[in-house]
Design a protein around this ligand. Sequence first.
Ligand code: ADP
Ligand code: MG
Length: 436
Amino acid sequence: MEEQNEHVNIGREEKCRKYGEIMSEKNVFDEFLQIKPLFKRDKDVFGPSYIPCKLLHREKQIEQIASILVTALRGGKPSNILIFGKTGTGKTAVMNYIGQELEKITGKDFVKVHIIYMNCEVVDTHYGVLANIGNNFITDWDARIPFTGWPTEKVYKQLTDAIDKKGGICIIVLDEIDKLVYKTGDDVLYHLTKVNEDLKNAKVSVVGISNDLRFTEYLDPRVQARLGEEKMVFPPYNAEQLQDILKQRAELAFEEGALEPSVIPLCAALAAQEYGDARRALDLLRVSAELAERDRSPKVTEIHVHKAKNKIELDCVTEVVRTLPQQSKLMLLGIIIETESGNGVLTTGEVYEIYKQLCKKTRMSVLTQRRITDLISELDMLGIINARIIYKGRGGRTREIQLSVPPVETRRVLEEDEMLHDVLDYKPTTRQDTLT
Ligand code: ADP
Ligand code: MG
């Protein structure tokens, strides 16, 4: 195969010479090879599964969790733990780190502790969670719990039998537990927090991790009490802490001198303004460097950071717009068309008017104004438009609707939808005075 390819290439050169073509001395890769890379090779330290050996500014939280779970190594059942904190505050990273530390020493001089990690955004049903835990203990392929089909009670029985057979202490980490509760209620937590009553040789503890403080309101009080034996909150990182986290990662990811000194402080400051999310800070640094490489810049500069911030924000908007229902897309296009023709501040009535015109053109069914008002609120919540309620005299009120995303880029996303092709260049007919 290789020989054949070589042959083809030689053939091409010979042919070109034969016809008198002058071959260039330059290779297409030359130019690129001259640029010094910013990223080190084969380093995926920005990847979602990478956990640094040392988690900065989480010493206290790690210590607190370890002081609770150490009971397991001595054969006792640790208290259940609930961990709260906004996204990007290191909850998942800390729990994975603790899992690794536990794996290192368990079973040697201490009791065997099994730690099972599950992300409830992925495994998001009562059945799925129980089957997943059970199958962690069942090595015989034929005896495994099927992905669907059994009555829940049977899955539960199989699970308790399997855990008891193995014995020891089992710590079940349910990450993004709030998603599970919102989707399927608290039955599974009810089962898991009372499973110890049905076990003879083993003990189970649950560690729940949630981005949302309020989800416990949706739990049965008994489940709430059992699950929250220990509670802790991971606070957002401040700008200095984010700087340390970024520096640690940058040393692993970048060649020396790849970053201008002000890049990390800027990334940290921008991310600190937005809820102290370490993931956002890391994304910002990574995208800045990617843009710098694309620009063939020898260094990452503040300009790249600002560009990266815009790019990340725009990517989010793009994703949201792309997944909107068609009626909302049509209405959004209407708002863009009006904005482009100089009418940047609209009332609900005006939005409804242009929306109806577009419906007629595309032969889509027309929703009621009431329904469109709801869709306007939705777009407002998603941050695509800004709908401010203005109170007028005698209890009257209206809304001032403005686009809060860039029209050109948003239009480009809407163009992907074939349904809208006929109305992309629609010119609004003269407007009657419409009131809300
Ligand atoms: P959460 O689960 O709270 O949403 P993660 O644990 O997933 O947050 O953290 C988000 C990202 O930030 C991950 O890439 C993680 O490695 C990194 N990170 C979070 N906290 C730290 C820290 N203290 N030190 C180093 N990296 C961190
Ligand atoms: Mg997480």
